[in-house]
Structures are given as structure tokens and as C-alpha cells.
Design a protein around this ligand. Structure first.
Ligand SMILES: Cc1cc2nc3c(=O)[nH]c(=O)nc-3n(C[C@H](O)[C@H](O)[C@H](O)COP(=O)(O)O)c2cc1C
Ligand code: SF4
Length: 436
């Protein structure tokens, strides 16, 4: 891990940061103007590829490589789109909200640079329905940019034209999955599509489409302004740059913090989030949102980058750490998460539709004191049946991973909960003032 420099949140701290005036006063849209004048689309994609930027939406896929999957316009003259994924619904994840709300023009500049690189006709920004102020801020920024000749026909007096349209989600986690999102944008139910075909070949309305996350695209103007080498100097070799780490749960100062990829989770917890609340000990943590699984406290010194987190059997995901203190009940936490995935499954695949329901019901009965010792192996069997490759999208796996992790790392506590018929930690919580 290298670098202590910040850039992602710097603009957000300025008074009136969401307005065009303030953004332009600090050099906003200068990079877009230079890119349109001096760089070919292929050169922009090459710089983004060279920077090593990886998607911040969950899978960590290399962004420049993804852009290069779009067909060559000389050989395929279909209309081309980008869907900007601002659905942000993974439990624990709240980083995109800050960027949408506080620095929407930088996001628009990133979208337009991406649009130039991929020769797009339009960008659709799909915003989580509950994000009312962020949505209004981005819409106002698009209006301001359009009035200033930055969006729409002949951008900044060049021959390049690109529209930006906004879309509000309606509270469905599955609409954050890239093909569910495209179905929803087309006005249909957010049911993910089987892949292949992949969005670059058959996306929105059957046209070539790239789906990128808000934070991913937010990095783009910085990379084009400061260069790929500058970006590679931050973070780690395989996961360059800074990321926005959302920290929630039992910590003194929950929030969204900008840190270089590769910073150990323990340091983020101590130096930014103020440590575990009330001076208690850490019991467990989710490294990157609920679908990345519950890890034991012994792994908290792991560097927050894709490879290191994979090394402890988890995933970097959205980089959103959720921390549980020593009084937290892993059964209760597992039930809450399983219930979420059960509610959010779209129901197309039987493994996911039935599996998420059964996981939720089994965790509920253990939580209620009606669990049986054999339930632990039943949970594992069910989760195995929900593995990737058997379903249309990754939601099924997102529900299975926390189940596998809780059985692997907290089997003894599950068993104790079942044998006692109640939470073994309840007495401790009551002693500390919780309701009996
Ligand atoms: C169930 C599910 C929900 C998802 N929700 C989001 C989301 O809210 N925001 C997001 O950017 N990516 C989400 N993703 C990942 C997207 O499918 C896609 O990989 C991502 O938007 C690509 O952007 P990136 O390459 O810039 O990371 C979700 C994936 C799944 C399986
Ligand atoms: S895995 Fe689940 S959420 Fe994804 S398509 Fe199948 S049923 Fe729907």
C-alpha cells in the first residue's frame, strides 16, 4: 500500500460543491475539453487500461478492459450506451451517495469522458429510489451542464454529442445487478438476463452497452488529468488508487472515508472510525458489504485490497466494512441478512428463490430457540446448492457466502445457541443495559 494523498472527497468539502460555478472555478470540465481536443477514443481507453482502475461496484473488474469490449464503431454502427449504476443497495454500502450528492459535476465529466472513449450516444444514470437529494442534485447538475453546452449536441463546440438521462429506481436490490438494471431501464421488471450475451454485445434495447459504478467513473477525470502513473502510485500494484470505505456497525465514528487500496482494515477502523464503540472488543466483520461474509476478528489486520481480502476467503466487494462487537449475536446477524436476500431474490431461479427462503427460515428458527443441531449441516447443504454457475445472477451466491462463512468461523456459537435455545450472549447484553 502506498500514498496518503486524497482526491476523491476533496471537491466534496467545498462550499457549493454541487454547483457548476464552484466546479468550474476549480478546473472542472477542463479535462473533458482537453480530452475531446487532444485524445482519440482509443487513447482514452488505453490510459484507463494502463491506470489499472478496477470497478468499484463489487466485482473489481478492470475498467479499461471492460470499455474495450465495446464493438469497434467502424464495424458496428449500432447506437451505444452506458448505464451508470447508482442503485447502491448492498447492505453497508453508502459511498456513491456522497459523490452523487456533493460532487455531481465530476461524475458527469467522468461520464462524458467515458462516452467519448466508447463513442456513446447516451448515458443513463440509474439512481436508487431512496436517494432523493442525490438524485435531485445530479438532475440539477445535468440541467446546468446542458445549458452550458456540456451535455447534448456538439459538446463544447466539438462534433461530439452525448445525452445524459436520469432514472429513479423503486427500491429493488436486484436492479443493481447490471442486466436487471437494464431490464428496469427498459421499463420491465428488474429480472436479470442470462449471460451470454453480455451487455457490450447486447445491452440496453439490444444495443452495445457498458455498465459502470458511480465511484469507478468518478475516478476517470482524475486519471485523465493526472495520468495513469500518478494513479498507479496510489494503492497496491494490482489494486491501484484510493477507494471510499464505508464503515458501519459497532464503531465510534461510522462514515465514508477515503483511503488507499491496501490499507489494513485495522488501521481504517482505528485511525478513521475511532475504533470499536464503547471500548469493546471486535468479534467479527464483513470486509465489503454483507455478501462478502462474516470474518472473525483475527483477520482484521488484512489489507483492504482485492487479492489480500481474497486471501482470507472473502471478497473486497464494495469495500464497505461492517463491524460487530463482542456482544453481537452471529445468529441474529445471519438471520437479518438471510431475510434481506430472501426478500430481494427476483425468483427466476429455483436454487435462489427456494434457497434464500430456506436459509432465512432456518436462521429464524435457530434465533427463536427452535433450532436443531442438524440445521447447521442443512444450512451448508443449501448454500452449496446456491453456488455460482447454477443461477442467472450472483444474488444467490451473495446469500450463500455469508452462510458458509458463519458456519465455518462461528459453528461453536451456532451450536451453543441451538443447545441453549437462546442467544448465549443475551445475559451479557442485559448486564450492559440492553432490554431483557
Ligand atoms: C444482486 C446484485 C446487486 C448489485 N448491485 C450493485 C449496485 O447497487 N451498484 C453497483 O455499482 N453494482 C452493483 N452490482 C454489480 C453490477 O452487476 C456490476 O458488476 C457493476 O455495476 C459494474 O460496475 P463496475 O465495473 O464499475 O464495478 C450488483 C450485482 C449483483 C449481483
Ligand atoms: S439468482 Fe436469484 S436474483 Fe438472480 S436471477 Fe436468479 S432468482 Fe433472480
Amino acid at each position: 500500500m502506498s500514498g496518503t494523498e486524497t482526491y476523491l472527497l476533496d471537491g466534496c468539502a467545498r462550499a457549493g460543491s454541487h454547483t457548476l460555478d464552484v466546479y468550474r472555478k476549480h478546473g472542472g470540465y477542463d479535462t473533458l475539453a482537453r480530452v475531446l481536443k487532444e485524445l482519440t477514443p482509443a487513447e482514452v481507453t488505453e490510459i484507463v487500461k494502463d491506470s489499472g482502475l478496477r470497478g468499484r461496484g463489487g466485482a473489481g473488474f478492470p475498467t479499461g478492459l471492460k470499455w474495450s469490449f465495446m464493438p469497434d464503431p467502424a464495424q458496428d454502427d449500432r447506437t451505444r450506451y452506458m448505464a451508470l449504476n447508482a442503485d447502491e443497495s448492498e447492505p453497508g454500502t453508502c459511498k456513491d451517495r456522497v459523490l452523487l450528492r456533493e460532487d455531481p459535476h465530476r461524475l458527469i465529466e467522468g461520464c462524458l469522458i467515458a462516452a467519448w472513449a466508447m463513442q456513446l450516444s447516451a448515458v443513463y444514470i440509474y439512481v436508487r429510489g431512496e436517494y432523493r437529494l442525490p438524485y435531485d442534485r445530479v438532475q440539477a447538475a445535468v440541467n446546468e451542464a446542458r445549458a452550458a453546452g456540456l451535455v447534448g449536441a456538439k459538446i463544447l463546440g466539438t462534433d461530439f454529442s452525448c445525452e445524459i438521462f436520469m432514472h429513479k429506481g423503486a427500491g429493488a436490490y436486484i436492479c443493481g445487478e447490471e442486466t436487471g438494471l437494464m431490464e428496469s431501464l427498459e421499463g420491465k421488471r428488474g429480472h436479470p438476463r442470462p449471460k451470454p450475451p453480455f451487455p457490450a454485445g447486447f445491452g440496453l434495447w439490444g444495443q452495445p452497452t457498458t455498465v459502470n459504478n458511480v465511484e469507478t467513473i468518478f475516478n476517470v477525470p482524475f486519471i485523465l488529468e493526472r495520468g495513469a502513473d500518478w494513479f498507479k502510485n496510489l494503492g497496491t500494484e494490482k489494486s491501484p488508487g484510493n477507494f471510499l470505505c464505508g464503515v458501519s456497525g459497532h464503531v465510534e465514528r461510522p462514515g465514508v472515508y477515503e483511503v488507499p487500496l491496501g490499507m489494513p482494515a485495522q488501521r481504517i477502523l482505528d485511525e478513521h472510525a475511532g475504533g470499536v464503540w464503547k471500548g469493546r472488543a471486535l468479534k467479527a466483520w464483513f470486509p465489503g458489504g454483507s455478501s462478502t461474509g462474516l470474518m472473525p476478528a483475527s483477520t482484521i489486520d488484512t489489507p483492504m485490497d482485492h487479492d489480500s481480502i481474497r486471501g482470507i476467503g472473502s471478497m473486497f466487494g464494495t469495500g464497505a466494512m461492517i463491524l460487530l462487537d463482542e456482544t453481537a449475536c452471529v445468529v441474529r446477524a445471519s438471520f437479518v441478512i438471510a431475510r434481506f436476500y430472501d426478500h430481494e431474490s427476483c425468483g427466476q431461479c429455483s436454487q435462489c428463490r427456494e434457497g434464500t427462503q430456506w436459509l432465512s427460515q432456518i436462521f429464524e428458527r435457530i434465533e427463536d430457540g427452535r433450532g436443531r443441531p442438524e440445521d447447521i449441516d442443512l444450512l451448508t447443504d443449501l448454500a452449496h446448492g446456491m453456488a455460482p454457475g447454477k443461477t442467472i445472477c450472483a444474488l444467490s451466491d451473495a446469500a450463500a457466502i455469508p452462510t458458509h462463512s458463519v458456519v465455518k468461523h462461528f459453528r461453536a456459537e451456532l451450536l451453543e445457541h441451538i443447545e441453549l435455545g437462546r442467544c448465549p450472549l443475551q445475559a451479557k447484553r442485559v448486564a450492559e443495559g440492553a432490554p431483557a
